[in-house]
Design a protein around this ligand. Structure first.
Ligand code: B12
Length: 218
């Protein structure tokens, strides 16, 4: 366990220091040792991303550093994702997923989309910066069970509410379960806007989705 924590810490530190080579080496080691990918992503990558965001906020990092970090985060996330098992054949339900309008952060959303596929959901990934109406239209078109909305900025959280408001206006709110997440959101926000669930991590998102189609996951 000590060794595992060590290499995950190395991954986290190298991402924070924008050391692409070292990060890649740490991820390779994590994968070759068969360390739990979920723990590696949350403790290594997501935590590093938060610290980088804090540095940006404090003026220690600028947009250039944020862009380099995004590349390193994406590369290592993709390496981790390729180590996860293939999607199962059973189709549990349909999920329309998007990063909301005005927001281009899509790394967490991509992670959730990938995990949902692995767990057997049919996933319609609309991408990032997606207008609320487009999300609703797609959900209606494919008769989705779940709508999953990601927002990483305080300025784009209202777009999550907008999607729910449109569903209400069209009198189709109860046809879908709406789950929300992303750095700027909280359980209180989910309650306030009338979402059906909030998840801190992408794995929480999968748990919620499974629950809504009547399956439990450990
Ligand atoms: C990388 C990054 C970028 C990259 C994004 C690249 C990309 N393709 O996504 C780039 C450089 C492009 C970028 C741009 C900007 N960024 Co930026 N960025 C980040 C950073 C450092 C990391 C985000 C990340 O990828 N994390 C890793 C992933 C895995 O984590 P995650 O997305 O949070 O997802 C996890 C959970 O939230 C959850 N989750 C996510 N979505 C969902 C959805 C559901 C349904 C569920 C259940 C769960 C869930 O699952 C994941 C964990 O398992 C954050 C810092 C932070 N604290 O988040 C700032 C941050 C989000 N950015 C910020 C800002 C200000 C910007 C810019 C405005 C900067 C600028 N001046 O231009 C622009 C925004 C442009 C726009 N219109 O969107 C601020 C937002 C501040 C605020 N209060 O809203 C942050 C918080 C940094 C900061 N502290 O100041 N950014």
């Amino acid at each position: 366990m000590g060794q595992e924590a060590n290499v995950i810490e190395r991954l986290r530190a190298s991402i924070i220091n924008l050391d692409e080579e070292e990060a890649k080496k740490a991820t390779e080691e994590i994968l070759s040792k068969g360390i739990d990918v979920k723990i590696a992503i949350e403790e290594g990558i997501t935590k590093a991303a938060k610290i980088i965001g804090d540095k940006f906020e404090r003026g220690e990092y600028f947009l250039g550093e944020l862009l380099v970090a995004a590349d390193i985060i994406t590369e290592n996330m993709n390496m981790m994702l390729s180590a996860l098992p293939e999607g199962v054949k059973e189709k549990l339900g349909k999920v329309v997923i998007a990063t909301v309008y005005g927001d281009i952060h899509d790394i967490g959303k991509n992670l959730l989309a990938q995990l949902l596929k692995i767990y057997g959901f049919e996933v319609y990934d609309l991408g990032r910066d997606v207008p609320s109406m487009k999300i609703v239209e797609k959900a209606l078109e494919v008769n989705a069970d779940i709508i999953a909305l990601s927002s990483l900025m305080t300025t784009t959280m209202p777009a999550q509410k907008e999607v729910i408001d449109i569903l209400k206006e069209l009198k189709v709110r109860d046809r879908f379960k709406v789950i929300i997440g992303g750095g700027s959101t909280s359980p209180e926000w989910a309650k306030e806007i009338g979402a059906d669930g909030w998840g801190e991590t992408a794995w929480d998102g999968v748990k919620l989705a499974m629950k809504f189609v009547g399956k439990e996951v450990e």
